[in-house]
Write a protein that binds this ligand. Structure first.
Ligand SMILES: Cc1cc2nc3c(=O)[nH]c(=O)nc-3n(C[C@H](O)[C@H](O)[C@H](O)COP(=O)(O)OP(=O)(O)OC[C@H]3O[C@@H](n4cnc5c(N)ncnc54)[C@H](O)[C@@H]3O)c2cc1C
Length: 464
């Protein structure tokens, strides 16, 4: 039963990436007072490409990583633009910009800047301000979290002192693709040559080998970035060995490998030897100059002190009801953008709406016990399905998104959106150059006749 008294809250949003921006928009729409703290000089989060990785720890093991974005220069979006936009702000084609259906990363940054400016969000954001601590205000204990307040400590880049503020609620939207996750390989610490994580890979130039006689690179993991980076390198290096957990690879990748005689597939690495040798589990070996680990990222919230209520255990952030609220701190502490493999922007929007409405008392959560029970059942269902703990938040099927939408009163994903994403997926499997070849003509006709597109003026869309 929703409360009848409307109580606008002072809310701090951490991060001005896609999640933080849409959270700020929804919170303000709901009447809350919002401050967004963003460590960077501009909005965009991951989409704010940062070419300057000089001085960054190559393996990202240092706790003080400076660079947030893990994007490389050649990156293009993985799902078509028509499927990506927020519900009231399509990712439309703009003349004079990157008009491709799967544009490069800069175009998505421009879209996010447009979104920010269109909804006047810039005035809510304090840029160059890094949050170093979020904790419960002394004197409040975690029983009736209705009155719980949060202390947020932050520092503006040029200032010398920390600023401490108290908020009614904190929304964590700090992203989770910045903290490198590394495999554990025998001999890794003793291997003397260059080892780096894809977090700091930007361009192929440092691997340029004019005579194509020297530079040999091992790319670890057949992930999306592993594939992209291998393809980036074929034009410059002598040889690239893509080391994959399974040799049962997609048709698309097989095609690329057969087209480039300097690109080879290898199984997992068995061990590394001091003299530069890389031994694979099938007994083959090579001598390499560089190893690039494209092995993903770990969740980390170094600023967050919940007295052990929220932990990250084997990449599971928990306990979180619907990947959003820790039951005993809800709704004053929430997380946007934790799930992986979802249609991101719409998912963030639905989470943001839910949080904003809960904070204003328009809607309520189940009891703490019921939320805990739901979390336990979710963990159990994942275990039964054989999904490892570290993939707890990889929920990416459409049905789950729809079920999730029901919690927040958010519309189900339209069929055309699902079909466009499936189509991209299928095309990507068959051909890695799918971004330029899949035109989805019929699906697009269907999409453009949908109520979603009907709400916009033709000049706002310009898709066709
Ligand atoms: C290589 C790569 C390719 C990708 N490709 C796609 C794609 O094609 N399509 C797609 O939908 N998604 C893709 N993603 C996922 C992408 O991360 C999401 O689209 C989206 O950026 C997540 O938004 P977010 O706001 O949750 O996090 P982020 O975009 O990471 O934003 C978080 C923000 O929080 C700020 N922040 C963090 N810590 C602090 C702090 N302590 N104080 C203040 N500010 C802080 C950061 O500076 C940042 O601005 C890709 C990711 C990577 C790494």
């Amino acid at each position: 039963m929703a409360s009848e008294t409307y109580q606008p809250k002072n809310v701090c949003v951490i991060g001005a990436g896609p999640s933080g921006l849409v959270a700020a928009r929804e919170l303000r729409k709901e009447g809350h007072r919002v401050v967004v703290l963003e460590q960077n000089h501009e909005v965009g989060g991951q989409w704010l490409y940062d070419p300057n990785v000089e001085g960054e720890d190559p393996l990202g093991r240092s706790p003080t990583l400076k660079v947030h974005s893990s994007l490389y220069s050649s990156l293009r979006i993985i799902s078509p633009r028509e499927s990506m936009g927020f519900t009231d702000f399509p990712f439309a084609v703009k003349k004079g910009r990157d008009m491709r259906r799967f544009p490069g990363h800069t175009e998505l940054l421009l879209y996010l800047k447009d979104f920010c400016d269109w909804f006047g969000l810039r005035e809510l954001i304090r840029f160059n301000t890094r949050v170093s601590y979020v904790g419960m205000l002394d004197g409040y204990h975690v029983v009736g979290c209705k009155d719980l307040k949060w202390v947020v400590r932050s520092m503006e880049k040029k200032a010398e002192i920390f600023v401490e503020e108290v908020f009614d609620a904190v929304v964590v939207a700090s992203g989770h693709y910045s903290n490198p996750r590394l495999p554990s390989i025998k001999g890794m610490d003793a291997w003397k040559r260059k080892q780096m994580h894809s977090h700091i890979y930007r361009v192929p130039e440092p691997f340029r080998d004019e005579a194509r006689q020297y530079i040999v690179v091992v790319v670890v993991a057949n992930s999306l970035s592993g594939q992209d980076i291998s393809i980036d390198l074929v034009a410059v290096a002598k040889a690239i060995y893509l080391s994959a957990r399974s040799l049962d690879i997609s048709k698309g990748l097989s095609k690329v490998i057969s087209k480039h005689e300097n690109l080879h597939l290898r199984p997992q690495i068995e061990s590394l030897q001091e003299d530069g040798k890389v031994l694979f589990v099938d007994g083959s070996w090579i001598t390499a100059d560089t190893i690039i680990y494209c092995t993903g990222y770990s969740y980390t919230f170094s600023f967050l002190d919940t007295k052990g209520i929220v932990t990250v255990d084997d990449n599971r952030v928990g306990p979180l009801y619907e990947h959003t609220f820790p039951p005993s701190l809800a709704p004053s502490l929430s997380f946007v953008g934790i799930p992986k493999k979802v249609i991101g922007f719409l998912f963030f929007e639905s989470q943001a709406k839910w949080i904003a409405q809960l904070l204003s008392g328009k809607t309520t959560l189940p009891s703490r016990d019921d939320m805990m029970q739901s979390i336990k059942e979710f963990y159990h269902s994942r275990e039964v399905a054989g999904i490892p703990k570290h993939d707890t938040h990889g929920i990416g099927d459409f049905e789950y998104c729809d079920r999730y939408g029901d919690h927040s009163g958010f519309p189900h994903l339209e069929e055309w959106r699902k079909e466009l994403c499936y189509s991209a997926h299928i095309h990507a499997d068959a051909d890695l150059t799918f971004r330029d070849s899949c035109d989805d003509h019929e699906l697009l006709q269907k999409a453009f006749q949908s109520p979603y597109f009907a709400q916009f003026r033709p000049q706002d869309l310009d898709f066709l």
